[in-house]
Write a protein that binds this ligand. Structure first.
Ligand SMILES: *[C@@H]1O[C@H](CO)[C@@H](O)[C@H](O)[C@H]1NC(C)=O
Ligand SMILES: *[C@@H]1O[C@H](CO)[C@@H](O)[C@H](O)[C@H]1NC(C)=O
Ligand SMILES: *[C@@H]1O[C@H](CO)[C@@H](O)[C@H](O)[C@H]1NC(C)=O
Length: 528
């Protein structure tokens, strides 16, 4: 190759690279969950960092100085908790903690309808839908896989492929969208506190729950999303297919899930595991926290109930139990507590309304993490190898903690039943019995061991879908089959028919032979 040719090749390569490097992405994440935003925000910032142009529909401003390639479409935060409390006649979050699995599905149904409608109503969101020049405006729709299906319409509106991002990790109903089978015999429903080894009654409940959800989505939940599309988007010159059809057109799903904290299950290339994507390299701690932890010669306990449940809302007698137990320990305690002061705070306890959780968990003196067991926090605990004391309140928290206790890196307490003795006993076990810390270390190493980091994996697949303008070659043909074909019921019916016919013929032949024999006997008897 001479110099001119190499130079030509160089420019061609530069062009191709810059093409992948600078795409226009429309991102819609309308659910106002702060913990969920940790995943979305990390994705968006990294896309910008890689030189993409991003238009981001979000509840929470991403920050300043994100450059001219960033357009924010901010929507006001909607208080869905209020609707949920009204529906369940609850006065505080703590009244919702005994919610059944069915109740939890109702809650998501409310979130899906109210939050999506609230977002569709916003004039700045409508502008995106109303836009008339849609050709080559965007290259990809990145959208939340969390109860806002109506926003999939943006994919058709701009004729672009769709990547979704699921903060929950795997859900059993995703299998319909991706054209695979989830065997309910060993794949537990995401909201049940089961793992992959279920006894008979657990399998019964798992099957009924998963089936109920499928039927509920198809006949109750998705039609509400269809109705929202009708209500807010019927003026557009596009005929949108039904949601249940549109959601089968997703190119890649990014799942907040990874081994070993998700049990093995059938999957497909388009379901990409990026669990722990939100976890960033630890930053240096604020001085007060850093000093507090550095000087914790006997180790420290970090206590946070996440963003939905506030420690300050705990019943006062429960707060007292924690304070009394902490006061009797030689370890120091960092407590994310949302009130200004706690009276008679023990010397070894420090409270603060907000804590840099990831950076705290990364500190070597932190020996135990008291947590509600939310997915994001549990992943941070696992990533940094800190044994956990779980106090689950709702839904997937029970499952996360159950898995953690079963894997031997956590203990669990039922919040309403906590006593000084049980709390003291659990904390002592976690601090002094090496069983928990050793298991945690092992699990942590497995969780971190990947060919590329979670964030790089996500970026690879987003850019892959952009480069190939979708991923129809990865789509399971199972999506396009009727349900009786998908489950081979037609083939089984044919086989059953053939077996029945053969058996029928054999039975008829035996009957015929018996008849002939008895006839010939009668003739013999007569003749004799
Ligand atoms: C902004 O996007 C353009 C292409 O759309 C890209 O060439 C440029 O590098 C991006 N700028 C930054 C600061 O990332
Ligand atoms: C979008 O278009 C519809 C129908 O023409 C109109 O009612 C609505 O006000 C428009 N919204 C915005 C923000 O332009
Ligand atoms: C699926 O996506 C492609 C573009 O990627 C689009 O042409 C097609 O109409 C979509 N179909 C449905 C049912 O959304």
């Amino acid at each position: 190759m001479n110099f001119k040719q190499s130079l030509g090749l160089f420019f061609v390569l530069m062009l191709t690279i810059s093409h992948t490097n600078a795409s226009k992405i429309l991102a819609a994440f309308v659910f106002p969950g702060k913990s969920h935003a940790m995943m979305y925000n990390t994705l968006i910032k990294e896309l910008l960092h890689r030189g993409h142009e991003v238009t981001f529909i979000t509840n929470f401003p991403l920050g300043k100085d994100l450059g001219s390639n960033y357009t924010e479409v901010q929507i006001p935060v909607y208080d869905f908790w209020n609707d949920i409390k009204v529906h369940f006649k609850a006065s505080s979050h703590f009244d919702l903690t005994t919610m059944t699995m069915k109740g939890f599905m109702e809650m998501l149904d409310i979130i899906g309808e109210k939050v999506t409608e609230h977002a569709l109503k916003q004039p700045n969101v409508q502008e995106i839908f109303n836009r008339t020049d849609t050709k080559d405006v965007y290259d990809l729709l990145l959208v939340s896989q969390f109860y806002q299906e109506a926003f999939l319409t943006l994919g058709l509106k701009y004729n672009i492929p769709v990547v979704t991002s699921s903060t929950l990790g795997y859900e059993n109903f995703y299998s319909h969208m991706m054209g695979i089978i989830q065997p309910w015999s060993f794949v537990p429903h995401g909201f049940l506190p089961y793992d992959d080894r279920m006894d008979f009654w657990e399998r019964v409940i798992n099957t009924i729950s998963s089936f109920y959800e499928d039927v509920f989505r198809e006949y109750v939940y998705l039609p509400k999303q269809d109705a929202l599309v009708q209500k807010y988007l019927s003026h557009l010159p596009i005929k949108f297919p039904k949601m249940s059809e549109m959601e089968r057109n997703i190119s890649v799903m990014l799942l907040n899930s990874h081994a070993p904290i998700t049990t093995p299950r059938p999957t497909i290339a388009g379901m990409v595991k990026v669990g722990g994507l939100h976890i960033q390299k630890p930053k240096s701690l604020p001085t007060n926290i850093k000093t507090f932890l550095d000087e914790a010669t006997h180790g420290a306990i970090y206590f946070s109930l996440g963003t939905n449940i506030q420690s300050a809302d705990m019943p006062p007698e429960k707060i007292q139990i924690f304070l009394d137990v902490f006061a009797g320990m030689k370890q120091r305690v960092l407590w994310k507590f949302e009130a200004d002061k706690i009276p008679k705070l023990p010397k070894n306890v420090m409270v603060q309304k907000w804590m840099p959780q990831n950076d705290i968990l990364a500190h070597p003196n932190v020996k135990v993490f008291i947590t509600h067991g939310g997915l994001f926090g549990s992943q941070e605990g696992v990533y940094h190898g800190v044994p956990m004391l779980g106090m689950p309140f709702f839904c997937d928290q029970y499952l996360n903690i159950k898995k953690a206790t079963k894997a031997g890196y956590a203990l669990s307490l039922n919040f309403p039943e906590i006593t000084k003795d049980s709390l003291k006993h659990s904390l002592t076990e976690l601090l002094e019995n090496p069983f928990y810390s050793e298991n945690m270390k092992r699990i942590s190493l497995i969780f971190r061991d990947r060919p590329t980091s979670a964030l790089e994996t996500a970026m690879y697949w987003i850019e892959y879908v952009i480069r190939h303008k979708g991923a129809p070659h990865m789509r399971s043909a199972g999506i396009d089959l009727a349900w009786y074909q998908f489950y081979l019921l037609d083939v089984m019916a044919l086989i059953a028919l053939v077996i029945a016919s053969v058996l029928g013929v054999i039975i008829m032949m035996i009957r015929y032979l018996i008849q002939i024999r008895s006839k010939s006997r009668k003739i013999k008897v007569k003749s004799s």
